[in-house]
Design a protein around this ligand. Structure first.
Ligand SMILES: CC(C)(COP(=O)(O)OP(=O)(O)OC[C@H]1O[C@@H](n2cnc3c(N)ncnc32)[C@H](O)[C@@H]1OP(=O)(O)O)[C@@H](O)C(=O)NCCC(=O)NCCS
Length: 200
């Protein structure tokens, strides 16, 4: 691994376009164009999440290398719905994006560790999300099943993970997980938004 100097800071409005461009580069998959008519929808998701009530601006970090934006992580508020109808608030994150030419150099890990540490310092109790099950356990994530939490459809699988930031925060919290409805991206709107970006 090449050693690079990574600067982490909060995202500013001036970064929005650049962050969406890098998110698009990070997630774009040619195979998806045939299926859904677009290589990814995560740049549109970032665009909509920032304006949503669930968005957590104090955890919206970018990574810079030599003055260039190369990564971003976005958090939003989510909750576990308990059998008695009450909600236990948690954090969700994603997308986490690193420009392809800067991947595998520690940028993703730096964004994860810094944002998790900041979230803990700000008093957030736990993080639950969907992601690569071979990447995130290194940060302390476990399957949500271990905490007796299921998806909103009552399912569990390795990509559905959770971690306590405050010890015991998920103790006795058994229920279904609910994230911002924006994660259910409208493909037509995503395609429309993508048309504003350089053609790939
Ligand atoms: C996943 C991602 C954020 C990781 O960031 P990164 O800066 O490349 O990661 P780091 O340099 O901190 O860590 C590198 C490690 O992550 C692993 N890794 C990278 N992408 C991975 C993936 N898709 N699945 C599993 N592991 C992955 C590498 O194999 C490497 O493992 P090693 O340390 O055992 O050698 C980045 O590759 C990315 O933006 N990918 C495309 C978008 C994406 O999939 N985002 C995450 C959605 S859950």
């Amino acid at each position: 691994m090449v050693n690079i100097e990574i600067l982490l800071r909060l995202e500013k409005e001036d970064d929005w376009r650049e962050v969406e461009l890098l998110t698009r580069e990070a997630f774009w998959k040619k195979e998806l164009i045939e299926k859904i008519g677009i290589g990814c929808d995560e740049h549109y998701l970032v665009h909509t999440l920032r304006k949503s009530p669930e968005f957590v601006p104090e955890l919206d970090f970018v990574a810079e290398v030599n003055g260039r934006l190369v990564g971003n992580i976005i958090y939003s508020k989510a909750y576990v719905l308990l059998p008695d109808g009450s909600r236990h608030d948690v954090l969700n994150f994603g997308p986490l994006s690193v420009l392809p030419e800067f991947q595998k150099q520690g940028v993703g890990s730096a964004l994860m560790r810094h944002s998790l540490k900041t979230a803990a310092r700000l008093g957030y109790g736990a993080v639950i999300f969907f992601g690569h099950s071979s990447y995130y356990p290194r940060f302390g994530f476990k399957e949500a099943k271990d905490f007796n939490i299921t998806t909103n459809k009552g399912k569990n699988y390795p990509a559905f993970m959770a971690m306590e930031l405050i010890y015991g925060d998920l103790e006795g919290i058994t229920g279904t997980y609910h994230e911002s409805p924006l994660y259910n991206v409208n493909p037509d709107k995503a395609r429309e938004y993508d048309a504003l970006f350089p053609k790939k």
